[in-house]
Design a protein around this ligand. Structure first.
Ligand SMILES: [Fe+2]
Length: 168
């Protein structure tokens, strides 16, 4: 698991929320990576929303919009959970690319089916990334983080189904 140099405990104001310092740090680091995954997917979905073409333009343009809106909101909630755990959150594209489980496109796909396939794979990767952090959150009994991750897994699984159904 990659760690971010930007994650620093705020001295003197450590949260006393029933988790050990080590556990809070571990969860914050893992959430930082999941935030990076979420944000990279947000940006890619927005990129496709802007650039999709063809007969399915309208439905894909709208569907991608719903998805990037959700990802944007989720990113905010994940970042704020990192803050509640007593750490600073990463917020630059350089850090996000370093930490993300999802990579950016090297070139823009022109085929809308390829866009859908890419987002399908990425939503599955995001679900898997959430699952791994969830296991650790459950181990340290960080129920708030666990609850958030269950919700993110359910979302990514649902989106993956919808994307799959679009190209089947
Ligand atoms: Fe738009």
């Amino acid at each position: 698991m990659a760690t971010s140099k930007t994650l620093k405990v705020v001295d003197g104001l450590r949260p006393d929320i029933g988790l050990q310092t080590k556990q809070r740090t571990q969860m914050a680091e893992q959430l930082a990576a999941f935030l990076a995954t979420t944000y990279t997917l947000y940006l890619k979905t927005l990129y496709y929303h802007w650039n999709v073409t063809g007969p399915s333009f309208h439905s894909l343009h709208k569907m991608f919009e719903e998805q990037y809106e959700n990802l944007h909101e989720a990113g905010d909630a994940i970042a704020e959970r990192i803050r509640a755990l007593g750490h600073m959150t990463p917020g630059t594209t350089r850090e996000f690319l370093e930490l993300s489980a999802i990579s950016e496109d090297e070139s823009l796909p022109r085929d809308p089916r390829q866009m859908v396939k890419n987002l399908l794979k990425d939503n599955e990767s995001a679900s898997l990334a959430a699952r791994i952090v969830l296991k650790n959150a459950q181990e340290v009994e960080d129920e708030v983080t666990a609850d958030m991750l269950i919700e993110r897994m359910a979302y990514h699984d649902e989106v993956a189904w919808m994307l799959r159904a679009t190209i089947e």
